[in-house]
Design a protein around this ligand. Structure first.
Ligand code: TH1
Length: 814
């Protein structure tokens, strides 16, 4: 008997179909006969939302009236993906939806396809925030996600004829968006600029301009918890519509200037990943959402109170700072407590310190935000004063602790010229965490070493995780069914460590064959999807080898493409005979920041290698390369379940965690990877014999830097590497034009900052091991299944439980 704990439907399919009809009629004003799939999509979404409203209201009421501290997850990015299927799953309405839609004469696929994916994040950091709010709701923990409703999300990626990346705006709000509820009556005023004056011995900020922050609420339904939390994304609106006087003088553009300025704040997501973009508008965005959120929390938790007792604030809500982007919240809460509510400095500091915690997501020192003091002074003059005072207090504290003057200088939050947001966050909050064991260790030993020496108790680790609801249940229904069959229960969806129960089944050949059949069926599905969406002809009987992530030098897409070129050259030159070659389909997905020159050259190179290889009869059926454009959550959900081999090949010490690595392992892909980020922990759990490890360790990387790294040596010593680089240089992938990749080649041979050339040999060597296993499907799949069985730890539910215990000190609603 299989135990099923999934949420039960509140209605029958026929009743749900009626609800859809009602929505179509009374809200959208169309008959089922007139309706298009997009109308049905809107109607269904509204109908599901109605099923969630009672739980949503009850969750809010229990949160405000009870004694359970809430979590406020402050994040500039929430990469939530499409909403409909996830909402249906959590409302227990999936089957009713399928039947109802068909009974209305529509195809389920068409209705689901009508949803436009919101791209309100860049990559791992934004997707992590989305997984975390899903887990918080599923665990029944009261929480708000607080962020920005950008009008334009991450750019849409296209490729031109030459294979170059073209960015086009992502206007995701072009059609009706049924999930976000705009609540004009719960708006907040956010002010900027002006000056600080003294009035009656008190500092008073006289801002120069203000914008209206309007909340747009998204329900965040938990899985089988009966709880629905809120993702509150702020949209910027102008207080001044337009200046009628100016308009009447026919100066139409000038008349709308204030409006444009205000609304620009939430207009666009910055497309940089892992690097800061030092722009005034970015600081405006950060302050905008953080200020609105802090005021919103006071409104929510002290309803109707003019003089609330905010000394209890840290018992009502704990704010998690998702990287440095919301760190301006620390001086903002200080200002609110002192200037708006009259608390003294010390009381305000105690509350602020208890309220905030900081997650650092990177190790690249250049990626920690540093703002020019001048900019902060112009935009937020009162905050700059507060930051200076925090810095003074910090210096005295360090002196009193006997820290050397030199070290105190190195640790300055405020240097005079600039403000270091990571340092402000570390001092201003109670806890600091990294996102994988290795990363947290390096944070303590390197990036924030001085801070960890003085405040060792502040530092902790919380290894990232991913939600099994979206990334197994929704993305991979076949595997989900097989897991449930194997375990005899579907409880693994809310307790992923139960996957461990699959381990004995890895010894059962019949079960392993079923597991292999799931992968094969997923590959066929993906091939069809790739044909339909991109026009690709993927052969599902080849190994599907995937590398999807942002394009960044440290992630080393260059290593993959050079190895691929070497393989191509091997076949061309006859070094490898055709029947020695294991047929492979390599799939890339990656966006490059628009201003990141080498990353964009790498994209162009991948596209042109694909063009040359896929059109060369000499390698036909042996090697194919595809680069579907515009990698996003939807594509991830199709591609990950179909992947045999996943690439996690960053330079050791550079990838803070990675979360794609977890999604692939959980979906039964094998990983080829370095000892970096969460790869280390994945390998520990699935077993060294079930993971393809290669490459230098952090210590070896450091030693090689120290000894003086010269990439040219590796080029000279390895003929296959040399051949590959020479082909890029000589125009093989640019119709003979040697200039196209000249800068990329020059960088490889003279700088190679992330030691791609040094790891090339180890990376190509391990391919033999990979292929020797792949030709034994039963053994390959046995190992892949062992990966699934031992990856339950990488559920974001476990990450959230770690946050609750180590940092937030709160739990589920009673
Ligand atoms: C990523 C990290 O690179 C990745 O290793 C990690 O798994 C993920 O965060 C989640 O923790 C980062 N994304 C960003 C984005 C910006 C700035 C810094 C980072 S670090 C904009």
């Amino acid at each position: 008997m299989t135990e099923i704990t999934a949420p039960k439907s509140p209605v029958t399919a026929a009743e749900f179909a009626n609800e859809i009809r009602e929505q179509l009629k009374y809200t959208q004003g169309v008959t089922p006969e007139q309706a298009k799939p997009a109308d049905v999509y809107v109607a269904v979404s509204a109908a599901v939302r109605r099923h969630l409203v009672d739980s949503w209201m009850k969750t809010q009421a229990d949160m405000v009236n009870g004694n359970t501290k809430a979590v406020g997850y402050l994040s500039a990015e929430f990469l939530i993906g499409k909403q409909l299927r996830n909402a249906l799953l959590n409302a227990g309405l999936t089957e009713q939806f399928n039947e109802a839609v068909e009974s209305l004469g529509f195809s389920v696929q068409d209705v689901v396809d009508a949803e436009y994916e919101p791209g309100l994040g860049n990559g791992g950091l934004g997707r992590l925030a989305a997984c975390f709010i899903d887990s918080l709701a599923s665990l029944g923990v009261p929480a708000f996600g607080y962020g920005i409703q950008y009008r334009y999300g991450i750019f849409k990626q296209e490729f031109d004829e030459a294979g170059r990346q073209i960015e086009t705006p992502d206007y995701w709000l072009a059609n009706e968006e049924p999930w976000g509820h705009i609540d004009y009556n719960r708006d907040q005023k956010v002010s900027f600029g002006g000056e600080v004056v003294e009035e009656n011995g008190r500092k008073v900020w006289k801002p120069a301009w203000s914008v209206r922050a309007v909340p747009v609420d998204y329900m965040v339904p938990g899985y089988a918890s009966g709880r629905v939390n809120t993702l509150r994304l702020w949209a910027a609106k102008s207080y001044d519509e337009f200046d009628l006087l100016t308009f009447n003088k026919s100066e139409y553009l000038d008349a709308v200037k204030p409006q444009v300025k205000a609304e620009n704040i939430s207009k666009i997501l910055y497309p940089e990943d892992s690097t800061p973009q030092g722009k005034a508008l970015r600081l405006e965005q950060q302050y905008f959402f953080v200020s609105a959120s802090i005021h919103d929390a006071i409104r929510v938790f002290y309803p109707g109170q003019d003089k609330p007792d905010l000394t209890t604030f840290a018992d009502k809500i704990t704010f998690q700072l998702n990287d440095t982007h919301p760190v301006i919240g620390i001086p903002e809460l200080m200002r609110v407590l002192m200037d708006e509510y009259g608390y003294d400095w010390d009381t305000a500091w105690t509350i602020t310190n208890k309220t905030f915690n900081y997650t650092c997501h990177t190790l690249l020192p250049e990626a920690l935000e540093v703002w020019p003091s001048k900019l902060i002074g112009e935009l937020l003059p009162r905050h700059l004063e507060i930051i200076e005072k925090i810095n003074d207090q910090f210096e005295s504290e360090l002196k009193a602790k006997g820290v050397a003057d030199e070290t105190i200088k190195d640790m300055a939050i405020y240097t005079g010229d600039s403000v270091r947001m990571a340092y402000l966050a570390t001092y201003g909050g109670s806890h600091v965490n990294g996102v994988a064991e290795l990363h947290s260790q390096l944070l303590k030993d390197v990036t924030l070493k001085n801070f960890s020496d003085v405040y060792p108790g502040k530092f902790t680790n919380v290894t990232n995780g991913v939600t099994p609801r979206r990334f197994i249940k929704l993305a991979n229904p076949r595997l989900s069914d097989l897991i449930t069959e194997g375990l005899g229960t579907d409880r693994w969806l809310s307790d992923l460590e139960l996957l461990k129960g699959l381990e004995p089944l890895a010894a059962d050949d019949e079960f392993v064959k079923k597991f292999a059949a799931v992968k094969q069926a997923n590959k066929v599905d993906f091939a069809n999807y790739a044909k339909r969406e991109y026009g690709f002809d993927i052969d599902p009987n080849t190994m599907i080898n995937t590398m999807v992530k942002r394009l960044h030098e440290y992630k080393r897409q260059a290593l993959k493409i050079l190895a691929l070129i070497a393989r191509y050259a091997d076949i061309k030159s006859g070094r490898l005979s055709a029947d020695e070659v294991l047929p492979r389909t390599v799939v890339f997905g990656a966006k490059a920041a628009p201003g990141y020159y080498l990353a964009k050259q790498t994209i162009q190179l991948i596209n042109n290698v694909a063009r040359v290889v896929n059109n060369d009869p000499d390698v036909k059926g042996k090697l194919n390369v595809y680069f579907p454009w515009n990698y996003n959550v939807r594509l991830a959900q199709h591609l990950i379940p179909a992947t045999d081999l996943d690439e996690q090949i960053s330079q050791a010490g550079k990838e803070a965690s990675g979360t794609g690595n977890m999604k692939f392992a959980l979906n039964g892909a094998m990983t080829v990877g370095t000892l970096d980020g969460a790869n280390v922990e994945i390998r520990e759990r699935v077993g060294a014999e079930n993971f393809f490890l290669f490459g230098m360790t952090v210590d070896e990387v450091d030693a090689l830097y120290a000894a003086g790294y010269d990439p040219k040596k590796y080029y000279d010593a390895n003929p296959r590497l040399r051949a590959a680089i020479d082909m890029v240089a000589d125009g093989t992938f640019s119709n003979g034009d040697k200039s196209v990749y000249a800068d990329l080649v020059h960088d490889w041979l003279t700088k190679d900052w992330f030691m791609t050339l040094a790891d090339f040999g180890a990376y190509t060597d391990i391919q033999a091991e990979i292929e020797a296993l792949y030709v034994q499907p039963l053994e390959w799949n046995r190992k892949a299944l062992i990966n699934v069985a031992n990856s339950g730890y990488f559920s974001s539910d476990r990450s959230i439980e770690d946050y609750l215990e180590r940092i937030w000190k709160t739990g589920p609603l009673a």
